[in-house]
Design a binder for this molecule. Structure first.
Ligand code: PLP
Length: 263
């Protein structure tokens, strides 16, 4: 018989579905598996989506989000949570209300607009993200477009990353991870809690198949936090994972292909 298999760390993603399998819930679960954890999902929205963009979005009722969350947390339990696409102010408020009493690390990826420019969050939800969700975050992981949308800070070079982090920290997350991957040169991110700074650098990779990068990065952080890493170690491991996934990103359909988790 032998000893039964060990239960892996449990990680929950609260996010939208990408039918093309490259981003959203699908990227999250693949990342969580690749990092040796058990991934679970609370679905907030369904997208009809492929390599060319998002063709449709259907938000789930708040009751459905609440019921999924209770089902997971009340029986299985979670060691860390990641939030991604939350679609509307109503769902941001709902998810914030569910997370507030939970005493585990929360990674907030404040998803706003897809790479193709498709809106994944209603503009009238930004106040709820700033006022309700960011204060609950252990780590907030905005890209530069999301920094601009949330704080008004426009980052044009690495020198601006500190100012962006300060603006994000002003909304209450313990740590801000400002992802500078859309600047030219090295893909440089700044992780800071306002006291210490960690600069994470990776070489710019010549691969346009990067769909799902942000979801993968945030999920990898949550997986490492669930496994017990402190935040700086979790983010460093996640940066390494996402860099490998981008290097292995592959062509799919006629547009932008996904990052790859089997690397
Ligand atoms: N679709 C869903 C459901 C997402 O959550 C996200 C990003 O968070 C995207 C699409 C966009 O992915 P990308 O900007 O990497 O193309």
């Amino acid at each position: 018989m032998g000893t039964p298999p060990r239960t892996p760390p449990r990680v929950l993603t609260v996010a939208g579905s990408d039918s093309g399998g490259g981003a959203g819930i699908q990227a999250d679960l693949k990342t969580m598996l690749a990092l040796g954890t058990h991934g679970m999902s609370v679905l907030t929205a369904v997208t009809a989506q492929n390599s060319l963009g998002v063709q449709g979005v259907w938000e789930l009722p708040a009751d459905a989000v609440r019921a999924q969350f209770r089902a997971v947390v009340d029986d299985i339990g979670v060691a860390a949570v990641k939030t991604g696409m939350l679609a509307s102010a109503d769902l941001v408020e709902t998810v914030a209300g569910l997370l507030a009493p939970l005493d585990v690390p929360v990674v907030v990826d404040p998803v706003g607009v897809s790479k193709h420019g498709d809106p994944l969050l209603a503009v009238d939800a930004l106040d709820a993200v700033r006022g309700r969700l960011l204060p609950l975050a252990t780590v907030a992981t905005p890209n530069l477009a999301e920094v601009a949308q949330l704080t008004g800070v426009v980052v044009e070079g690495e020198d601006d990353l500190r100012r962006a982090a300060d603006a994000v920290l002003g909304y209450g997350p313990r740590w801000a991870l400002i992802k500078g991957g859309h600047l030219s040169g090295d893909a440089t991110d700044l992780l800071t809690d306002g006291t210490v700074e960690h600069w994470l650098r990776a070489p710019r990779l010549d691969n346009r198949h990067t769909h799902g990068t942000g979801c993968t990065y945030a999920s990898a952080i949550a997986a490492r936090l669930a496994a017990g890493d402190p935040v700086p170690e979790a983010v460093a491991a996640a940066k390494e994972y996402v860099t490998g996934a981008i290097r292995a990103g592959f062509a799919l359909g006629a547009g932008i292909g996904p990052v790859h988790h089997g690397h």
